[in-house]
Design a protein around this ligand. Sequence first.
Ligand code: NAP
Length: 493
Amino acid sequence: MKMLINGEWVAANDNEKLKKYNPVNGKVLGYFPAGKKEDVNAAVDAAEGSFDEWNQLGSSTRSKYIYKAKDLIEANRKELEELLILENGKVVRQAEEEVDGVIDQLQYYAEFARKITGDLVEGTSATRKIFQYKIPYGVVVAITPWNFPAGMVARKIAPALLTGNTVILKPSSDTPFTAEWIVRKFVEAGIPRGVLGMVTGRGSEIGDHIVAHSKVSLITMTGSTVTGQRIMQKASANMAKLILELGGKAPFIVWKDANIKNALKSLIWAKFWNSGQSCIAAERLYVHKDIYTEFIDKFIRVTKGLKVGDPHTSDMGPLINKGALNATDELVKNAVDSGSKILYGGKRPNLDERYSEGYFYEPTIIENSDQKSTLFQEEIFSPVIAAMPISEIGETLSLANDSKYGLASYLFTENPEVIFKFADSIRFGELYINMPGPEASQGYHTGFRLTGQGGEGSKYGIEEYLKLKNVYVEYSGKELTIPTVNDNLFKNV
Ligand code: NAP
């Protein structure tokens, strides 16, 4: 595969390549360019050079490229689905769902072309007005993770391009091929040279350089909190605007009057979707003590039915890489060592030899009543969930809010008192009541605390890519009276 710099598909400056492994069997899947600082500079120069012309096109014209790319993706969607299965290990239905999401997002953002508005504000007199224009920032860097490698790319580049910014994409080193496939569709759609670029390579090598580049005005990044914090420090060099979508630790609360079947269906989705590798994954299960035993028994029974293995024929595929698998092994081992009880799973599954080197882990349910434990405090990001019984609304709210992250949360109850107490007091960017996620294009995906800042989706997400410029105008044509300037000075003028 190649990087896209100034409209050309190129190798890295020094031709270095990195390996990408297949999560299903641990074998090398392919190679991609290890971009260098020189590649970043060339991509930024091209993005800066093409900005004025792209901005002058106007949003309606720009949206046509997004519609066209959407049509091309839709027409070839099977290819993208297979790539997601191969590169990420997604199971078929989830790959299809992600591609649906990509198409939906491109459509949603393109439709916004005629909805971008500014304000005309009264000035300090009848003949004074203030025009508040929304203008693009300039060069945007979009840094994406591997867990939704197509959806995240679409959700960043479409609003950035629509609003008149030019974009350089830096995809995850775990999913460069999916990113390349999508960028190629924008190129086929005729996107002008330089307007969209893509640089691949180690975030640890080129990340600092790209986010601290003096010509970059906005960085939109989805990934871990640690990386987000580093980006924040480095980007301060230029005061670049930041949109940071970082870690999550969703509480999943089942009250005593919940519709148990709906709660279970949603929990299976919220925990084992994408093998638990989702920022909105249920990570902490709080079940009312009156139904705890019944609910957990049913949860175990349903979980036992999940087939883990080949993504083409299973309910749950592998983790993304060996590091993620080892981290899960260690997390579960430490949990057991510190007194947690494994109710189901807790090890790598026994699969046939074709998959023995793959990064598979069993869906795992652990009982633990220590809110301060790693299981309840740190992001798990694998198919492991910790459960504890709860009893009071106030106490449950405190437990739910007791997290350094604040992205998604889930509540199952028919009780209006519980619903409104949670809706009013939960300190999370998203609360799903009696339903699963994921977030919709027309919702604003945002989080509290270490989940980051800014958000994506809805008009608020689009406005993140627009800066407000104020133009003051006086149109009476009369001589100005400026209170702090002496008029006598101007008698002979
Ligand atoms: P990550 O390791 O932080 O990587 C994310 C991206 O940042 C990758 O493209 C990575 O490149 C790049 N990067 C690494 N170091 C960098 C640096 N110093 N400067 C600039 N970029 C750098 O995260 P991940 O493992 O891919 O994703 C999992 C995390 O994302 C989880 O914490 C999850 O909760 C979060 N997430 C959040 C949301 C949300 O909406 N809030 C959605 C999805 C995922 P390389 O791959 O080359 O290292």
